[in-house]
Design a protein around this ligand. Sequence first.
Ligand code: CAO
Length: 552
Amino acid sequence: MAKTIDITIPDLGDFADVEVIEVLVSAGDTVEREGGLITVETDKASMDIPSPENGVVEKLTVAVGDKVSTGDVIGQLTIEVSDTVVITPALDDAPPSEAVSTEVPPEMTDEPESAPPGSGGRQTLVVPDIGDFEEVDVIEVHVAPGDSIEVEGSLVTLETDKAAMDVPATVAGTVNEVLVKVGDKVSAGSPVAVVEVEASATAADSGAQQQEAPKAAPQAATRPTAPETEAAQPSGAPARLPAIDEAGFAKAHASPSVRKLARELGVDLVQVKGTGLKNRILHDDLKAFVKAILTGQVAGPAAAPALPKVPAVDFAKFGDVDVQPLTRIQKISGPRLQASWINLPHVTQHDLADITDLESRRQQLKGPAKERGISLTPLAFIMKACVSALQEYPRVNSSLSEDGESLVFKKYVHLGFAADTEQGLVVPVIRDADKKDVYEIAQELGELSALAREGKLKADQLQGACFTISSLGGIGGTAFTPIVNAPEVAILGVSRASMQPVWNGSEFEPRLMLPLSFSYDHRVIDGAQAVRFTTYLGERLTDVDALLQAIP
Ligand code: CAO
């Protein structure tokens, strides 16, 4: 028996009047349950609105540019039903509903005893569909009993051997109980936390559902598809193709269904030009890209030879071992460093700068600065000198454009510096270093270093660097080969200054020499330019008055 049902917008959390950016089907199309019908976008996330059932689209009443909210009817679907209709919720282990649900089936469901959305009460939040993965490790728990949570706030982080993913809250409220701990293994449907739901958080949703689907399945809270962030992206589409540039893929402006299709086809979205709103990559763009490659109109990505693997060794065979998980920071920075190492032709120029005069002056100024709460370390002066060198050699302050065909010269000087923390390496950024004097730089350096060590840096304090300095001078060493923090094109490594005999033309003189290790992307910077840069930098470090000059 055929039956026509309304297609309604599921619970969009706090979002209302969300823009339709892509319509994926038309009247007459056969669609599968959970297949995307339209894509909507907020300023934080894009999400596919999935089909509630297998069926044929009767009509769609929305177009690109329309705005929709929770509960809006966006079309109708004809479905085949038996005499006694039972439509089960999305997860196999959830109990069948006793009535036809006209709602979009949930991606993330609550347990049967949960209160209906919008009514408040206790709800048990569970792990959503995580693709083919089962028994996934819980590596971080972000909430504790008593915590207030927002819709989309992260409850726990899971990790497979291929991806890390956050499990977001589907409702706002207060955490009553956390049902997992670090080290537990979970699968789709595993309970994560019990939450006392704020009645107001889903009230609008409740109203819409009561009107249109009075006997909807109790587990109807639906979360928007994961926002396009690095952490959340894998939850809907676990990484499967190692050849894809994951960092670029995560940033690609495309809907989850396009991402899913791209993964199925093995297409790196970074390569695809988007023609949608704000250059969003549409299904048609993806199809056109694949077609162009198949018909030879454009060259496909060169088949890169797989990197030879380091042999796996069972270390426990040779003695006792203690296995400790990498920190979150290490997991993020590791692949980025590797990507830079593999993709950039690195060269390191070593040099020595005479900082004898600078150091004696710094020793005089250090005490008074300390009284003002400023730790005047050599690094602040080195940063100041780098600003001048970057202004003199703007190529070092540039980045290659995405297509590799032009250079982007930045008119600002934001300096990153590597900070060693217990959780791993982070690179806070001193913005507009060219507009700050050495004391302001030293002060900010101290503040950002402290925040880094406390793990309290905000995202914008870690972004936008044009050039990075990695100073190991406080620890030791004579030289090293730092890895460029791509897409920057160069990095300055600094080792410990030491007294050395330097020939002044008639005799050896004891001078305090600072080792500089300047690594650069040889596609952008030539060897001659590199040594000109370090030579100039060394000269700047000898002109102490200029380094101490106030900014007008
Ligand atoms: N030569 C000799 N002494 C130096 C020096 C150098 N190049 N650089 C710093 N020092 C001295 C400082 O003068 C200070 O001594 P005083 O108190 O007597 O002045 C002492 O070493 C400690 O300095 P610091 O390291 O605490 O401060 P900083 O401003 O130089 O550096 C920071 C701050 C955050 C960069 C640093 O603490 C840090 O984390 N460094 C590690 C960076 C890193 O891990 N890089 C590797 C990345 S690649 O794996």
